[in-house]
Design a protein around this ligand. Structure first.
Ligand SMILES: Cc1cc2nc3c(=O)[nH]c(=O)nc-3n(C[C@H](O)[C@H](O)[C@H](O)COP(=O)(O)O)c2cc1C
Length: 325
């Protein structure tokens, strides 16, 4: 055991210095942001759809671009929910290409992570699994993961139902390192999570308000302006609650799924179809809203961590400031 409070099971697993993950973000993860977080001693995580569909890089070329900006470890997010065959085949190809390009840290979300764990372990890598409660953690542990990312009720993106304290208690019995995701926007929040016993913190929203992130300035300014009470959960984006800033556009749209969508989401097969429809529509809408400089499409995902974010700051400075440098 070392005396350095920044040395945790996460830093040892990922081969990094600061237990801080710049989480995968559709549509906000671009190569420059991922590289900057890693170069400063944390770890940036590639979101494959964001890399390819939003930022226009062929997958392997995008990884090489990141590699040209930093030689330090980077991660990859594999969303492994069983959906279409084409999507799963593509995800398998991306995971294999990432391994060939030297990626050794994977974060899986949804579904059974077994095939990712097998591939990563064979190459000497590790897999952390995103979970919101113990039933999903049990699935991840059965699938052979090495750590858990505990997504709490304060997170940006798809938030969970629990607060960070209750969630850590619920996940501790699995005996794996647990990383906190959600609600951390300043160094005090980061230190508080490490003191609670988390092995690290994954942040999303804080890293949008950086010069490296390609999101529009209107989106970044909205994060700086927003208070915790401006974050609402909308079901209209993907059919399950997503944390967004409560803008006039969101107010006009309403937060609940409409009656037809709700009926479609009830049956099992209908649910699958509705989720794909929502999925395709939201991928397109989120891409355009995040890049639109006019700010008219104010359809912006962010978590309650907005409260602690009051300036646009380089991603590397954020990592160093959180590490106490
Ligand atoms: C705009 C945005 C997009 C996100 N997209 C993804 C994603 O594609 N995959 C994923 O696993 N998590 C996604 N997340 C969750 C983040 O990786 C991270 O867990 C979360 O942002 C932590 O909460 P915070 O925003 O309060 O820091 C997203 C979060 C945000 C804010």
């Amino acid at each position: 055991m070392s005396d350095n409070p920044l040395e945790t099971p996460l830093t040892r697993h990922a081969g990094i210095e600061v237990p801080l993950i710049c989480g995968a973000m559709y549509p906000c993860s671009n190569p420059e942001l991922v590289a900057a977080a890693s170069e400063a001693g944390g770890i940036g995580v590639v979101q494959p759809l964001s890399l390819t569909f939003v930022h226009g890089h062929e997958f392997r070329a995008g990884l090489r671009l990141i590699r040209s900006l930093t030689s330090r470890p980077i991660g990859m997010n594999a969303l492994i929910e069983k959906s279409s065959r084409v999507y799963m085949d593509r995800m398998r190809r991306w995971v294999n290409e990432a391994i060939e390009e030297g990626v050794r840290f994977f974060i899986t979300s949804l579904g059974n992570p077994r095939w990712v764990a097998d591939a990563a372990h064979a190459a000497g890598g590790v897999v952390y699994h995103d979970v919101t409660e113990s039933k999903w953690a049990a699935r991840g542990v059965d699938g052979g993961v090495d750590g858990l990312i505990a997504v709490n009720a304060r997170a940006g993106g798809h938030a969970g139902p629990r607060d960070p304290v209750a969630l850590l208690e619920e996940l501790r019995p699995f005996g794996l390192p647990v990383v906190a995701a959600g609600g951390v926007g300043d160094p005090a929040g980061f230190v508080a999570m490490l003191r609670l016993g988390y092995a690290g913190v994954q942040m999303g929203t804080r890293f949008i308000a950086t010069p490296e992130c390609r999101a529009s300035d209107a989106y970044k300014q909205a994060i700086l302006r927003a208070e915790e009470s401006d974050i609402v959960l909308s079901e209209r984006i993907t059919g399950v609650p997503v944390a967004v800033i409560n803008t006039p556009f969101i107010q006009r749209m309403g937060l609940k799924a409409g009656p037809i969508a709700r009926w479609m989401l009830r049956g099992r097969r209908r649910k699958k179809l509705m989720r794909s429809i929502y999925g395709l529509k939201s991928l397109w809408q989120l891409k355009h809203a995040s890049l639109d400089e006019t700010g008219e499409k104010d359809y912006w995902q962010a978590g309650r961590s907005v409260a602690g974010i009051d300036s646009i700051e380089p991603a590397g400075d954020i990592v160093r400031r959180f590490a106490g440098d």
